[in-house]
Design a protein around this ligand. Sequence first.
Ligand code: NAD
Ligand code: DAU
Length: 341
Amino acid sequence: MRYLVTGGAGFIGSNFVRYLFNKYGDAAQVVNLDKLTYAGIRENLAEYEGKPNYRFLHGDIAKPEDVAEAYKGVDGSGVDVVVNFAAETHVDRSLMEAGTFIETDVHGVLVLLEEARKTNLTRFVQISTDEVYGSIDDGSFTESDPLNPRNPYSASKAGGDRMAYAYSQTYNLPVIITRASNNFGPWQYPEKLIPLFVTNAIDDLPLPLYGDGRNVRDWLYVEDHCAAVDFLIEHGVNGETYNIGGGNERENREITQKILELTKKPDTLIKRVADRQGHDRRYSIDMSKVESMGFRCATDFDTALRSTVQWYVENEPWWRAIKERSAEFKAYYEKQYAARG
Ligand code: NAD
Ligand code: DAU
């Protein structure tokens, strides 16, 4: 199978490329198109550089010429499957500046879909998010529920999600859309809750918990997410949308407590700070649709969290290069947290 994976230098994209090579070996050909924004780290997949079935392409999904080059595949013969992970992904950053979110998460999707019309793809997977449904106090969203995105990131993702659907209906493209919940695991950029809190705890720095710490997220181990996307490439139905949840709803304060236990650090590191503006209270999705097709997440949450914490303990050089040597990260951290008190 010939894949074009966009955003493969990011967290989930790099895990997905590794998942494909582990599962399919040389039978998988992968082009990785990535803009290398602050969140893109080419070295995440360093072990595949130079292999005949892997090609890294530094480019932008919003630029037609970069996308046309990527669709040529590893060896010029084209691609069968496109999986679009490329996106601006951090809600807090979307509250500081939303323009790049629209450019990549909406316009970039359009450019990828336009190029798809010129080819003979068997599958185009638009990686959307459970955030497009908005917040829910009780119960869980199913795929047919209306979208109600409540922040600039999720509004942009909803635009890309519906553009992909529109192209499936209008031009009969073999599109499926996936809406996953909060991922965690190795190689996650340390701006997101779990890697930020784990690495701060290792360094005895405060863990900045927003608001009352009782917001709920459903945690999905990244390898289960990769397995679900792979499953849906084969079994998904054109034009359909699939929720992918972990079945692990937890309040943020509980996640924080577990991280402190696993890193053997005191509760005094918890620092209650000003809440995120428009902070969605609870995300919850019903994933019975994909389960009825035969897919099950394989990972136990506590085991996966322990191994994730262990990964950050064992891979300090990876995250210290970001937290201590990236001027961009330092400036972001200062701007994001200094004002929160
Ligand atoms: P990430 O921020 O770690 O990585 C994003 C990657 O996309 C980076 O490598 C970046 O360089 C690249 N990129 C950004 N703009 C680009 C552009 N214009 N052209 C090409 N590459 C570009 O993100 P992630 O957490 O791995 O998320 C991947 C996808 O999964 C996103 O679409 C996100 O919306 C979705 N998602 C994430 C989660 C989560 O919990 N992390 C949950 C559900 C859905
Ligand atoms: O639900 C899927 C989404 O999950 C993805 O689409 C997004 O790309 C991804 O970033 C994630 O969004 P969240 O906003 O839920 O993730 P984040 O890790 O930023 O925050 C998780 C929760 O932790 C949220 O309730 C806010 C809170 N939080 C976060 C940070 C960074 C804190 O309390 N303190 C923090 O410093």
